[in-house]
Design a protein around this ligand. Sequence first.
Ligand code: PAF
Length: 285
Amino acid sequence: MQIYRTIAELQQALFTARQQNFSVALVPTMGNLHEGHLALVKQAKTDCDFVITSIFVNPTQFGPNEDLNAYPRTFDEDISALHGLACDAVFAPEVDEIYPDGLKLETRVSVPSLARLLCGTSRPGHFDGVCAVVSKLFNLCSPDKAYFGEKDYQQLCIIRRLVRDLNFPLEIISVQTHREASGLAMSSRNNYLSEDQKQQAAVIFRTLEQSAETLREIQMPDLRSLEEIALGKIQAAGLRPEYFAICNPDTLQPAHSIDQHFRLLTAARLGQTRLIDNIGVNISK
Ligand code: PAF
C-alpha cells in the first residue's frame, strides 16, 4: 500500500492503474478509522481492483466554533488498519495541496434544498464544505465507485444529488451503519465520550428503534407527535436533542402518515459532543 501526499503522485499511480484496466474505488474519510470506515474499504475491495482511501480532515466543513483542531488524528493506526485490508493507496494531502488558494471558497458547490435542513440548521456551511472537498476528490481520483456510510444519511443524500446534477461519472455506494453492542452508531466523535456517556448515548438508537416500531404498528400515526415523544425520551436520558425528524428518505422533507418509506433522523448533544444517527423504515400498506 502506497501513501501519496501530493496530487501529482496520486495521479501517477492512477495513470498506472488505469493502464492495467483496473476499476478504481474511492473511500473518502477524515481518518480516525473505525469499523464503519473499514466496512467501506472492505466493500470497495470486493467491488473494485484499485482502492484509494483518502484521509483528509477537511477544514471547510467545520464551522468557526466546531472541533477542527480537536478532531482525532490517528494516522499511524489508520495506516495499520488499512494495511490489514489490502487497501491499495492512501491519499493523505496537506491542507495547502487541496486548497492552494486558501479556505475561502470562491467556487461553490451546494445543494441548498437538502443542505439547509436538519444538521444544516445548526451547522450552516457544513455541507458546502463537504460538497467542495468531495467534488475535488471525485475530480482528482476519477473513481468508478465512491463509498459513503449511511450514518451520515443527509450527507449521503446530498452527495447522491450532487453526482446526479453535475453528471459526475461514478456510482455512489452506501454501506450500513456499524454499531457498538449498545446500538450506539460508530463515529470518530465517540472518542470524546467516557464509557458511561457511551451507555447514556445508546438512548439515541433505542429511541429510533422504538419510533420505528410505533410506525410499523400504528395505522395512521401522528408523525409530529411521534417526533415530540422521541425528543422527550432523548432529553430524559440527559442529552440535548437538536432534532428528531421523520422524513421522506429522498427529499428529507417531513414525511406524511400515509407514506410507506420513512427515514428517521436525529442529532443530540451529550456534553460538548454532537452525535447523529438515523434508520430507515419501510411499511407495506
Ligand atoms: O463523512 C466524512 O468523513 C466527511 O464528511 C467526508 C465525506 C470524508 C468529506 O470530508
